[in-house]
Design a protein around this ligand. Structure first.
Ligand SMILES: [Zn+2]
Length: 252
């Protein structure tokens, strides 16, 4: 996920091992993403997520090409919509977490693209939906892994829309507005996940981020990913970092 703007001159996705020269946190012991070894995860009970009403309706978002990814934030001054109305509580996280942005990570081809790996397996893309508790400044990120559809399967319509809109943003700072339904984008009925504490996956790679990686994969058409690869950026992901002595939990 990304929350940075002014530090952007000092890093790129071709040399992630150099990030620590300008961003010392990148060399920390609790970095993200990681490879999740499912046999070593520990089962734990978490209370359910509760999402606000606005989460289920169509809202207007603004997509921007930041030079590192295409980030969607809630569009301003429209229909009285506000980040204050998009939130969740529950799932063992203290307090109310407000929506910040969503974005996608992808790779040059279908063999790469996800940031997290499951048992050493990479996926062609990974979506992040970023939330923040404004009282504690705690950041929580939901991560979704993708698979490329075959001819008989349909892709997720919301992510197809994202790829279509994002692929028009060929130059840094280009923006476009588009309606999205967060609950469909996030497959809200999905409830199985992995949970661990890591970091932002872009500089400054600040630690203390709570990650929730959902186990169910989202379908996407190859054509949608190709539009991003050809028109926006070729690769947008950080490789996996050492787990060290952290524990990854699962809620099932
Ligand atoms: Zn991200």
């Amino acid at each position: 996920m990304s929350c940075t703007t002014h530090d952007d001159d000092y890093w790129d996705y071709d040399t992630p091992s150099e990030w620590q020269k300008h961003f010392p946190s990148a060399a920390g012991l609790c970095q993200s993403p990681i490879d999740i070894n499912t046999h070593r995860t520990i089962a734990r009970h978490y209370p359910p997520f509760v999402f606000s009403d606005k989460y289920h309706s169509n809202e207007l978002f603004k997509l921007i090409n930041s030079g590192f990814q295409v980030t969607a934030t809630l569009a301003e001054h429209t229909y009285g919509q506000s980040e204050k109305d998009l939130w969740f509580i529950g799932s063992g996280l203290p307090g109310r977490f407000y929506f910040v942005n969503f974005h996608l990570h992808w790779g040059r081809n279908d063999r790469h693209g996800s940031e997290h790996e499951i048992d050493g397996h990479r996926y062609p893309a990974e979506a992040h939906v970023v939330f923040k508790n404004h009282e504690s400044d705690q950041i929580a990120v939901f991560a979704y892994l993708f698979f490329v559809t075959n001819q008989t399967q349909k892709g997720n319509k919301e992510w197809e829309k994202y790829c279509d809109a994002a692929s028009q943003l060929t130059t840094i700072n280009d923006t476009i507005q588009c309606m999205f339904n967060l609950s469909q984008l996030m497959q809200a009925n999905e409830r199985q996940f992995y949970r661990y504490t890591g970091s932002l996956t872009t500089p400054p790679c600040t630690e203390g981020v709570v990650w929730t990686i959902f186990t169910s994969k989202i379908a996407i058409k190859e054509e949608s990913l190709n539009k991003l690869r050809q028109n926006v950026m070729r690769k947008v992901y950080r490789p996996v970092q050492p787990l060290n002595d952290r524990i990854v939990f699962r809620n099932y």
